[in-house]
Structure formats: C-alpha cells, structure tokens
Design a protein around this ligand. Structure first.
Ligand SMILES: Cc1ncc(COP(=O)(O)O)c(C=O)c1O
Length: 408
C-alpha cells in the first residue's frame, strides 16, 4: 500500500543548503536537483541489501544500486568481513601489497583477453589510463570515443573548462554505426591512438558491432579499448567482450568490480601493456592499488562465482524486463525496459512522459525506485519475490492512473 504521508520534504530542505557550500558539478549524472523536481528523493541516509532509506525515512527497493557498483548487495557480509580484516591491517601503504599480484592473477584467469592488469581508482581514471597508454604505444594523439567514459578532459570534448586544443583531439561517433567509425579513422588516418567504445548502450550492440570496432581499429593501426565500466561483472565477469565473444586490445573496468569500493582496473594484451613504452608511463597515484578495493574485488569475484551471480542477474533482470513491459503494454503506458537483463534501460515516449512519470512516482511512494531513463542494475540481494512485487507495484500504479483518468 502507498505511504499516505509519502514526502521528500527533508531531501528538498537539504537541497536548499547545497549551492551555498558544495560544487554541483561533482554529481552531474546523479543530478539530484532534477531528480527532486521529478519527485524523486535527493538524499539517502543508509542502505542495506537491495534497499536504501532516504533522509525522510522512506525505504525503497533500489534499482540504481549506486549507478552500478553494488552487485552483491550494499552490506554484503562477505565483502564487509574482507574490508574489516583489511582495515585492521592498514588502508594505504608506501609499498605494494601481495594482493595486487593475487587479484591480478585472478583477473587474468577469469577475464578473456586479460594478460596484464593495472589498478586505479574510479572508472574515469581507468579509461584515461587506457588512452594515455594507447598514445604512448602508437605515438599518436587523437582519440575516437563512443559513449560516456568519465569526466576527464579527453572524454568531455567541448565542455566548459576543457581547453580547445584538448577537445580537438577527441572525436565522438554514434553507437552501433561502423560507417561513422570508419569515416573518423579515415579522416584522421595515422593519427588515431585508440577508439574507446562503451560496449553496451541502449538496447545493446547490433550484430557484429563490437568485432567490427576491433577490426576497423586494427586496420588503421589503432588500439581498440572496450569501456566495460558499467558492464563488467554484470553481463559477464569480463563484460560485453566476454559475453559477445570479442577480445579488445584493452578493456577498462570499474563500478561492480568492488561492490561499492572505488577501485577500477584495466586489463589487456601483453603485446601492448607489457611493451617497454607502456611499462614506463607515469600513472602513479597515492590511492592506486587501494588495499580496501583489492580486498573487495577478490571476494566479489569469488562470490559471483560461488553464487552463480552472473546467471542470477540475467534471470531476475530478464524477468523484470518481461514483467514490467507486459504490464505497461497492457495498461497502455509507453514505459519500457530494453537492453540486457543485468542492466535494463528504461525508455519513455515523449508524448506519454507525464503518465509514465506519474506511474514512477506511484512506485516511489510504495517503495520501488525505478528510473525514467538511466540503465538500472540488479544485485544478488534482489530476491525473485522482490522482482514480482515490483512488477505488481507497476501494475497497481498504472491502475490508479487509469482510474483517476476515468474520474476526471
Ligand atoms: C561506461 C563508463 N565509463 C566510464 C565511467 C566513469 O566512471 P567513474 O564515474 O567511476 O569515474 C562511467 C561512469 O558512469 C561509465 O558508465
């Protein structure tokens, strides 16, 4: 049943204090101001399992999961134990920790095409490292990108604050369009260091797209980088590359690899990453190789394997897609989930936006946090009953919209 007194008043009150003391830009894709305008909560108090509680005390079954990192559950006991043990042993050192080697060896074992690994903090640092390494390896400067790859200068051409000389080196091409990629490679013949492809966007890659990217890049002497930041440890441990059977030169991972800790990594061919040129590139940072992230990563891999976690994400994700699409279709609403089971992407027809938002707000008031547009994420903490309850909540929310319409 809906909470009669559902309110996000405290979230809104906190937002009023935001601009006085905080930079908005550091939360761009989380744009909590826009979310509050849409009736979504802006501030979270705590989270557990697959649920979070906002500052107004409302509980939600979460389908964003931190925009992807939480794959086992917010307070997964195995991760919590590994973190506690590592905290007791220290959180940062001035030397390498042996776990860097054991986790790298583990990643090389489980990710097809991974021969050499490097650890970073955050997806942006991982994708930026892949770009720098490609530049060094090829002796070229230009980058062709496809999708979102983080906030660093090379990945935000044309943005405020990004020097024009840097922007000019990056050219963006549309997803799924090999002709556009080929044109870019031809236009800048012998100048492109790498193509960086966000492997799954919208409904997923058209047939042959990912292999086509690799082949075209290689035909032009360019490094092919798969950005698996959102996709790794979800559609497959090795992301879309593994799922669709295509091996890039370098792949970048973040988010789900550490179940909420900040670590990220790149993995790729020894021929490139093991080359003398790449082995001498400066990518040092105080927190790279973060012991807490490595402790988390080690058990995330183990738990996904032990609990058959990839297959489970597919199973419940596919059921969510099928169930929500069926009730929306039956109720005449355009809200649909497209794409792959572990990270369904919502789409709404513009002409039907108001009714879809009303449905989503109805779900929020009942404790189901479904998003209007961003890919959503499942976790091993979502139960099959949670999924059925969510589908039922969508059905009921549509029913209320229809009844209200009839009364008007
Ligand atoms: C595909 C992709 N690449 C890179 C990034 C950047 O990762 P981060 O936000 O951890 O810096 C993101 C973040 O959403 C992403 O989705």
């Amino acid at each position: 049943m809906p909470k009669e007194n559902y309110s996000i008043a405290k979230s809104k009150a906190l937002l009023n204090r935001y601009d006085d003391v905080l930079l908005r830009g550091y939360i761009p894709h989380k744009n909590i101001f826009r979310q509050a305008d849409m009736g979504y909560p802006a501030f979270v108090q705590r989270a557990s399992g697959a649920r979070f509680w906002d500052v107004d005390g409302n509980a939600y079954l979460d389908y964003l999961m931190g925009f992807g990192p939480i794959v086992l559950g917010y307070d997964d006991p195995v991760v919590c134990r590994a973190i506690q043990e590592q905290v007791a042993d220290g959180t940062v050192y001035g030397l390498a920790h042996p776990r860097e080697l054991t986790v790298a060896e583990l990643l090389i074992e489980v990710i097809p095409g991974a021969e050499v690994v490097g650890f970073f903090i955050g997806g942006s640092a991982a994708t930026s490292s892949a770009v720098r390494l490609s530049r060094v390896y090829t002796g070229r400067d230009r980058v062709i990108m496809c999708g979102y790859h983080g906030w660093h200068d090379w990945a935000r051409p044309g943005d405020e604050g990004v020097p024009q000389t840097v922007s000019e080196l990056t050219c963006a091409v549309p997803y799924g369009n090999l002709d556009a990629l080929e044109s870019g490679l031809k236009k800048y013949d012998n100048q492109v260091a790498c193509v960086v492809i966000e492997t799954i966007q919208a409904g997923g890659p058209p047939d042959g797209f990912l292999q086509g990217c690799v082949d075209l890049a290689h035909a032009h002497g360019t490094v092919c980088v798969f950005d698996e930041t959102k996709v790794g440890f979800r559609v497959a441990m090795g992301g879309a590359g593994e799922y669709y059977g295509v091996i890039p030169d370098i792949a970048t991972f973040g988010k789900a690899c550490c179940n909420g800790y900040a670590g990220s990594f790149i993995a790729g061919k020894r021929e490139i990453l093991g080359s003398k040129a790449c082995q001498s590139v400066w990518m040092t940072a105080t927190a790279h190789g973060d012991p807490l992230s490595l402790a988390a990563m080690e058990v995330v891999i183990g738990e996904l394997q032990r609990r058959n976690g990839i297959a489970y994400q597919w199973k419940i994700g596919n059921r969510l897609i099928e169930g929500i699409n069926a009730v929306c279709e039956a109720g005449g609403l355009s809200y649909r989930l497209i794409g792959v089971g572990p990270m369904p992407r919502p789409v709404i027809e513009d002409s039907d936006r108001d009714r879809c938002m009303a449905m989503l707000r109805g779900c929020l008031a009942r404790g189901y946090y479904l998003h209007p547009s961003h890919p959503m994420f499942l976790s091993l903490a979502h139960t099959e009953a949670d999924i059925e309850d969510t589908i039922e909540a969508v059905r009921e929310a549509i029913g209320r919209i229809i009844r209200r319409k009839k009364r008007e």
